[in-house]
Design a protein around this ligand. Structure first.
Ligand SMILES: N[C@@H](CCC(=O)N[C@@H](CS)C(=O)NCC(=O)O)C(=O)O
Length: 146
């Protein structure tokens, strides 16, 4: 499988992004502890009392970043896998994956650090470009082989 250069490249960038999501989950947990804002009564009870079962703006920010990752990285995992099967040019394919990966990392950093707008939106839009490109190429390949 790893002899397929495009698929190896897709696997690499996908795994980086999955690790990024794991790191975001860890950060969310740390922010919950620091801000004493727990999602469940049992967690609040263990950390000072039921009053800490509450929402916090910083935790919610982490959660929105995570949700946005799920809205975008999950479709990428599908599109990238199918696109890899189309035998694209390895360099072009790598550029697609790299742009998406960098865009999503910048999106997360911009979200968590509250970077000046429109940094986050630009990162989001740039990362969407290779996804649209892959989606169109997949549709084209399917239609022309029907
Ligand atoms: N579900 C997204 C759809 C559009 C989107 O993903 N926008 C990007 C760039 S403005 C974003 O970072 N949205 C913030 C978010 O999803 O929390 C939303 O509600 O905003």
């Amino acid at each position: 499988m790893m002899e397929n250069e495009v698929f190896a490249s897709f696997t690499f960038y996908s795994t980086i992004l999955i690790i990024k999501m794991y790191v975001l989950a860890i950060i969310t947990g740390q922010v919950r502890l620091r801000k004493k804002a727990f999602a469940n009564p049992e967690d609040a009870l263990r950390n000072g009392g039921l009053q800490y079962c509450r929402e916090d703006p910083d935790v919610e920010r982490c959660r929105r970043a995570h949700r946005n990752d799920m809205e975008n990285i999950f479709p990428f995992l599908f599109l990238g896998a199918i696109y890899s099967l189309l035998d694209p040019n390895p360099t072009v394919a790598r550029i697609h994956f790299l742009i998406f990966c960098v865009g999503r990392i910048v999106h997360t950093v911009a979200y968590l650090l509250q970077l000046k707008a429109p940094t986050r939106s630009v990162a989001y839009s740039v990362a969407q470009l290779p996804c649209f490109s892959m989606a169109l190429q997949i549709l084209f390949a399917v239609i022309t082989h029907w």
